[in-house]
Ligand binder design. Structure first.
Ligand SMILES: Nc1nc2c(ncn2[C@@H]2O[C@H](COP(=O)(O)OP(=O)(O)OP(=O)(O)O)[C@@H](O)[C@H]2O)c(=O)[nH]1
Ligand SMILES: [Mg+2]
Length: 424
């Protein structure tokens, strides 16, 4: 089972509510306010681990919820903040906002962290609202509430070298012959159903090679398995284009070469321009009497756009030269470039919203979950409480939105249970 694209739902924790509480001691009338703050909700953080190679762990686990912050307590006791929730993903995971399909993160190195959703802030307890003139605030702040957020995780294998070609041409055999990988090899098409990765040593350096499932004509349009895996090629720095030079299945090797390149071009310019090295495989199957002449002819057709090697993965012929050359090409390539982040400022707390509705001439209503939060616990005849409410309404841009909607002095504004006349 290989899984390289999943949709998951994540929710950061809510902030705990602040507490309204007054000190109560025997013989001490009118004790001061001492309600504590709510704790912070847990955040959702993605972290890459080299121990994972695909997204199969997300097959059944698709919902992730960080804990909520604790509500504030009495005696100035603040609520406990919740722990952050770490979601482990393989290196090469691209994270998209499912609502817009835009890239919000590209995690290309081991132990890389990405804070996807911030936990809600804890609300302030009533002790924080005490001032010299108002010593007994009867209200506290509600903790920030968060919303679930849908994300798409997409794995784009990161390897220095990608092995591509028709099915059965010997890509897995080549990977097995030169690396520590143990891919399945068999004489039928689509033996390889998902990328295999192997480390190839070249003198004192080493590179990662990935064997990609076979491509066929129409792969760029989704025929065969190819299209699903072309995205894994995007992250390689060099391609080894493996060709069955012996034409052991009756196809013409030169036509194979052209067709695979056509598919790459149709898929994307970027992929078509990844440096290629050609490996003419299965040369052991060519009659030795005509082999040399035959290969000279084939190489003439292919031309000199790419460097061409003659190899046999099964008979271990020509492999050292190929490895040596490929490693020099890899070294010359720039490091892989992260994908462009298309959405920098996703609302990490998926904030609450509001909407202004004009009910009548000079009569407006503001609705939405943000208003419910702000209006929570407002005590109208408590001066501090009401001025705190007014301040939040202004800070959240609600007054500006009302003015944009045509609010004028003397008009009436309704917000949940609260109705007031607007004065400058
Ligand atoms: N004689 C000979 N046979 C080879 C050579 N390389 C691979 N083969 C055989 O070709 C068949 C296919 O090899 P694989 O390595 O599975 O081919 P593949 O390209 O990975 O195939 P898919 O995963 O199906 O795309 C197997 O029977 C291999 O033993 C070679 O150099 N010479
Ligand atoms: Mg294979």
């Amino acid at each position: 089972m290989f899984l390289d694209k999943v949709k998951i739902t994540c929710k950061a924790g809510n902030g705990g509510n602040g507490k309204v509480h007054f000190r109560r001691e025997k013989f001490v009338p009118n004790g001061g306010p001492e309600g504590g703050d709510g704790g912070r909700g847990g955040s959702i953080i993605f972290k890459t681990t080299p121990n994972m190679t695909n997204l199969v762990e997300f097959r059944f686990t698709k919902n992730f919820k960080a804990g909520n912050g604790e509500d504030g307590g009495n005696n100035m006791c603040d609520g406990k903040s919740a722990e952050d929730l770490y979601i482990y993903v393989p290196v090469g995971t691209v994270i998209k906002n499912a609502a817009t399909n835009k890239v919000i993160a590209d995690l290309t190195t081991a132990d890389e962290e990405f804070l996807a959703l911030k936990g809600g802030r804890g609300g302030k307890g009533n002790s924080k609202f005490a001032t010299a003139t108002r010593q007994a605030p009867r209200f506290a702040e509600m903790g920030e509430q968060t919303k679930p957020f849908e994300l798409i995780l997409e794995l784009k294998t990161i390897a220095d070298v990608g092995l591509i070609g028709y099915p059965n041409v010997g890509k897995s055999s080549l990977l097995k012959a030169v690396s520590n990988a143990k891919p399945k090899i068999a004489n039928y098409h689509f033996t390889t159903l998902s990328p295999n990765i192997g480390v190839v040593k070249a003198y004192d350096s080493s590179m990662v090679w990935a064997d990609i499932p076979g491509l066929i004509e129409g792969a760029s349009e989704g025929i065969g398995l190819g299209h699903d895996f072309l995205r894994h090629i995007e992250r390689t720095r060099v391609l080894i284009h493996v060709i069955d030079a012996a034409g052991s299945e009756g196809r013409d090797p030169y036509q194979d070469y052209l067709k695979i390149n056509e598919e790459l071009e149709k898929y994307s310019d970027y992929v078509a321009n990844i440096p290629q090295v050609i490996a003419l495989n299965k040369i052991d199957l060519i009659d030795p009497d005509i082999r040399e002449e035959y290969l000279v002819e084939l190489k003439k057709q292919i031309g000199d756009e790419h460097k061409v090697f003659e190899i046999s993965a099964a008979a271990f012929m020509g492999l050292d030269d190929l490895i040596k050359y490929v490693s020099t090409v890899v070294e010359k390539q720039p490091d892989i470039v992260k994908m462009e982040i298309e959405e920098e400022n996703i609302d990490r707390r998926t904030k609450k919203t509001f909407e202004v509705i004009q009910l009548d001439e000079g009569y407006f209503e503001v609705v939405g979950d943000l208003i419910e939060e702000i209006a929570f616990g407002v005590v109208l005849d408590d001066y501090t409480s009401f001025s705190y409410f007014q301040k939040r309404v202004k800070d959240e841009g609600i007054i500006d939105a009302l003015l944009d909607a045509g609010l004028q002095e003397g008009d009436t504004v309704k917000m949940c249970q609260i109705e007031f006349e607007y004065t400058l």
